[in-house]
Ligand binder design. Structure first.
Ligand SMILES: [Fe+2]
Length: 305
């Protein structure tokens, strides 16, 4: 019979099973997680009631709400800096930097054409966003798929806001032969991450604010290139230096304001509008990068046929 004691329980847990024979990578992650969790419990001398509070917290965080339809677990990893840490680890220091996806991505966004408007929001300031998708040598990538999603000018995504129709401020575009993309949208507003659930309560107890700097999300893919998930941020936002998900890095764009009557006429606008440009640079697919891209690739690398 094994002797369970304070100094032996961690090894007992880790050695219980086939020690990674069937799933080596899973076992590597699991072993490290168990060691760190046990060390944490010892370090803070966790009590039974504190453990129960932790269980209740995770339980609540997994519930779906209107504010955050996928539940708060994803949000929690963002707020703890874990999502951005994973991005930083995966950064190959060339190409456009990746950034966290956030919990509000919806697959199969409406297909849109070059120049289309991304959503309806009469009160928002129009923003014309354009740029190119390039490879590491600066050559255009034609037919790249650009998946865009953002909040409206009130800081709300369609899936959080019954007044917006599904797919509002979401869309999939393709680049043309010159690698160009172009669409019209509104200047997004920075927003508070959903605060009525356990994550918001935690932020409050820690004296942390819930604000995200204004941003637009992108997912890009093209054959033979590593898929990219990222965000661009609006210069001048008051929370650029303290975004609550720690996601603001170098992708900050300046918005150019246009208010001259001839400019308004040329763009058929009745009030001042903004323009900005951003070029995305994709990395070629390599074994290292596909490893992080999808489970399929992971399976192939760990067990090539
Ligand atoms: Fe967002």
């Amino acid at each position: 019979m094994q002797k369970i004691a304070l100094d032996a329980i961690t090894e007992a847990v880790i050695n219980h099973g086939d020690r990674g024979k069937s799933h080596p990578r899973l076992y590597e992650i699991y072993t490290s997680l168990v060691r760190h969790l046990h060390d944490f419990v010892r370090e803070v001398n966790l009590t039974e009631s504190e453990l129960q509070q932790g269980r209740n917290f995770l339980n609540q965080a997994s519930h779906h709400t209107q504010e955050i339809p996928t539940g708060e677990i994803h949000l929690l990893t963002d707020l703890l800096g874990i999502s951005e840490l994973v991005e930083l680890l995966g950064d190959a220091h060339h190409g456009t930097e990746g950034n966290l996806e956030g919990p509000l991505y919806v697959p199969n966004a409406p297909e849109r054409q070059m120049g289309d408007r991304l959503g309806i929001d009469a009160e928002g300031d129009s923003l014309f966003l354009s740029g190119r998708v390039l490879d590491l040598n600066g050559q255009p990538i034609a037919n790249a798929l650009i998946d865009v999603w953002q909040p409206n000018s009130k800081g709300l995504y369609d899936i959080q806001d019954p007044s917006q129709s599904p797919g509002n401020f979401r869309g999939r575009f393709k680049t043309n032969k010159s690698g160009e993309y172009r669409f019209e949208t509104v200047v997004p507003l920075g927003y508070k991450v959903p605060s009525s659930g356990p994550s918001g309560e935690l932020l409050g107890l820690l004296g942390r604010h819930p604000w995200r700097a204004a941003h637009i999300h992108f997912k890009l893919s093209a054959p033979e290139y590593t898929p990219l998930t990222t965000q661009i941020f609006m210069a001048g936002d008051p929370h650029l230096d303290s975004d609550t998900t720690f996601a603001v890095r170098s992708a900050v764009v300046q918005l150019q304001k246009h208010e001259a009557p001839e400019e308004l006429k040329a763009r058929q606008q009745s009030k001042p509008f903004y323009t900005t440009e951003f070029d995305f640079v994709l990395r070629p697919v390599t074994l290292t990068t596909t490893y992080q891209a999808t489970d399929e690739h992971y399976a192939y690398i760990t067990n090539p046929q």
